[in-house]
Design a protein around this ligand. Structure first.
Ligand code: ASP
Length: 356
């Protein structure tokens, strides 16, 4: 009798301890192993075939492939969707080819102001930062906001203080500046604003890097990543320097959860790129998820509805990448092209720039 009571007590205690255990935001669920997959973008825009030289195209393809390869390897060894999103976006932020991290565009005042967001589809936890000027990888700050703060969105100096407190590497202005973005920006300035040109000239002089890419005109260059991991969990992230020549601390869609970035295990994970105002007006990413959840649309039908029907009505401009809970991938854009990559279930990576 006494022995029976002891067994019951141990069982009840075990149940209690299990129910009190906290899970972290990136901890996978215990469901059986699932097909995992990843999709990446490096921005959409007006860039008809021929905008880039074969060498420039090769550089974009190579970097997208490297990022997809990194993500796929991480997924294969069992890393979580949010960890993969963060690592892939960090790699793209570190590349001067894209408008995120190093290579970000200039504001009207000749500054760099970056935005980023990340979301965990399993928990709906998310983190977002905007107007970051001095942190090498804004996506790391967004992740830190998601994991270690009760808030969701930090801005400007506050976001930078938070990054510093959490030992996220800083970088000074000269780290972010690239010759090709500078040339584009200079071309947009009118002559009365020469003082800003001089300000940027002096920062450019500090770094002495050769021209990375000339003649990059109207592509947006934001980066994004969506993932389904082997535990069935989804995640999405986006990072950007925003729109060239922006002013008044303008913030786009990328760090707005539900507009430029969204993930829910119930439906899909999405990262958008294009004119941010259009994605904010249409609450683009959440609208796609809602079309799936409440109207029963497939991922492909929902993303198509957003980019080719609703965007037509508002003369919207851009594209998105999305992945659903079954691992289907959708690319949609209404521009000439979108830098993008995906990996199939056998690990084959395909990268694209134009309409191919
Ligand atoms: N959507 C970004 C923004 O408006 C820009 C981009 O995608 O390149 O800030």
């Amino acid at each position: 009798m006494k022995a029976n009571l002891t067994i019951i007590l141990i069982a009840v205690l075990g149940l209690f301890i299990t129910s009190c255990k906290e899970t972290t935001s990136s901890e996978p669920s215990a469901s059986p192993e699932q097909v995992f997959t990843i999709a990446i973008h490096g921005g959409a825009g007006a860039m008809p075939k021929g905008t880039y030289t074969p060498e420039q195209e090769a550089a974009f393809h190579a970097k997208l492939k490297e990022a997809a390869q990194l993500g796929y390897e991480m997924l294969s060894r069992g890393d979580s969707a949010v960890d993969v999103v963060q690592a892939v976006i960090c790699m793209l932020e570190d590349s001067p080819l894209f408008n995120a991290g190093k290579g970000s565009v200039f504001t009207k005042e000749g500054k760099i102001q970056m935005d980023a967001a990340i979301m965990n589809g399993r928990t709906l936890d998310c983190g977002s930062v905007n107007n970051i000027q001095r942190v090498q990888n804004p996506i790391k700050v967004a992740r830190m906001v998601m994991d270690s703060s009760k808030y969701i969105m930090f801005s400007g100096e506050g976001a930078e203080q938070f990054a510093q407190l959490n030992n996220i590497p800083q970088a000074d202005a000269s780290y972010f500046y690239t010759q090709h973005q500078y040339e584009r920006w200079k071309g947009m300035k009118d002559s009365t604003e020469g003082k800003y040109i001089r300000y940027v000239d002096s920062v450019m002089a500090l770094q002495n890097i050769p021209t990375v890419l000339n003649n990059i005109e109207e592509k947006f260059g934001t980066v994004g990543c969506v993932v389904k991991d082997k535990y069935g969990n989804l995640a999405a992230g986006t990072s950007t320097g925003g729109l060239m020549n922006k002013k008044f601390n303008r913030i786009g869609d990328s760090p707005i959860i539900g507009a430029g970035t969204y993930a829910s295990n119930n439906t899909c994970a999405i990262s958008c790129t294009g004119t941010g105002e259009d994605f904010i007006k249409t609450v683009a990413a959440k609208t796609v998820a809602d079309l799936m959840e409440f109207k029963g649309l497939t991922l492909e039908a929902a993303t198509n509805e957003l980019i080719h029907v609703r965007f037509k009505e508002i003369k919207g401009d851009g594209g998105l990448i999305a992945i659903d809970k079954n691992g289907n991938v959708s690319f949609q854009y209404n521009s000439d092209g979108m830098f993008r990559a995906k990996v199939d279930d056998k690990g084959n990576i395909t990268t694209y720039i134009y309409n191919e």
